[in-house]
Design a protein around this ligand. Structure first.
Ligand code: CA
Ligand code: CA
Length: 337
């Protein structure tokens, strides 16, 4: 059973949603550590010069911005606020989440095995599993969030389990990568995972205190600007924004800093441990606490819906354990300037 895993995004009141442990839309994978040896941390993996990485990063000047929200829309127990001035040093950040094609280059060069492979399973959203193969592919569901299915054999190259592949999804964000996997990729690419402050500064795209990377309206002029959920969660995603599930990283316009796929599509791992408060004295290049249970994730995913898990706002945050993997968590990297 995976019922210790918490799910979220379903059937609660707004109050309950705010009080729920912050891992809405991305369940905790309770891994059986005894069952297998933990994979390499990625330490010692160095990108060979022969591998040509397409390094599509944008250099950001850094500076002081207003981080967080004062909760006209947010979840107080997620620790999104209050709004405070934070200063980040100049850095470079990937224009988009790491794609399947980019992750494949890493795996081809290193034979790295993701945690989903080592543990033998990952979480897949129910609607993406072929109905006729549901019995065959799904070993269990999360008790508190039955739309999350434990699928043996699901990993980044087989996102919906055995029989699926990413051949037509080179430009889609890689998913089923744990924080540890993301960290391994970043080390190999001589990069790192963004701090939450770096991520939020970059996501805001130069706008101050807007809900979304482009402003305060979700669909300005009726136009979709990110890949989230339309319809009744978790039953029917009408895909009005063009996608029921993840989408190519550059499907929607970039933000003011030239970053794609900032909100919606897939959650993105950050380097910091999660804590639902922050240390007010940390105003210059803040990082999370020294340790914790979960790592920060930002940006929301294709499963987010206003009625349910309004966490595709730039100030929104959640977390998951560093060895968890799902079909809606990916990452992008940064490099110091
Ligand atoms: Ca969508
Ligand atoms: Ca996102």
């Amino acid at each position: 059973m995976v019922d210790e895993a918490n799910g979220g995004c379903g059937g609660e009141s707004i109050k309950e949603r705010g009080e729920k442990k912050a891992s809405c839309c991305a369940p905790v994978a309770v891994r059986d550590v005894e069952a297998s040896k933990l994979p390499a941390s990625g330490a010692g993996l160095v990108a060979p010069a022969a591998v040509a990485l397409k390094d599509d990063m944008v250099a950001l000047p850094g500076g002081t911005f207003l981080m967080g929200t004062d909760y006209a829309h947010g979840f107080p127990l997620d620790g999104e606020g209050p709004v405070r001035p934070v200063t980040v040093s100049p850095f470079l950040i990937d224009r988009s989440p790491v794609t399947n094609k980019e992750f494949a280059a890493f795996v081809d060069a290193t034979d790295y095995r993701t945690e989903a492979e080592v543990f033998g399973w990952s979480f897949v959203f129910w609607a993406h599993i072929p109905e006729e193969r549901f019995e065959e592919l799904v070993e269990d569901t999360v008790a508190a969030a039955q739309w999350w299915c434990k699928v043996p054999g699901a990993f980044w190259r087989q996102p919906e389990g055995p029989g699926s592949d990413v051949r037509e999804r080179g430009r889609y964000p890689v998913v089923h990568v744990s924080w540890n996997d993301a960290q391994a990729y970043a080390s190999w690419a001589s990069k790192s995972l963004p701090t939450e402050a770096q991520w939020e500064y970059a996501a805001r795209g130069g706008l101050e205190q807007k809900l979304y990377p482009w402003g305060d309206e979700l669909t300005p002029g009726g136009e979709h600007r990110c890949n989230v959920w339309q319809g009744q969660f978790p039953v029917e995603d009408t895909g009005e924004d063009g996608f029921a599930g993840s989408c190519p990283v550059d499907s929607f316009p970039a933000n003011g800093f030239g970053l794609y796929s900032v909100t919606g599509n897939v959650w993105e791992w950050c380097g910091d441990w999660f804590q639902n408060s922050f240390r007010a004295e940390l105003v210059q290049d803040p990082i999370g606490p020294a340790n914790g249970q979960g790592k920060v994730m930002k940006g929301g995913s294709f499963l987010c819906h206003a009625s349910y898990c309004n966490r595709y706002r730039v100030a929104a945050r959640t977390s998951n354990t560093p060895d968890s993997s799902t079909s809606n968590i990916g990452f992008r990297c940064v490099r110091s300037a």
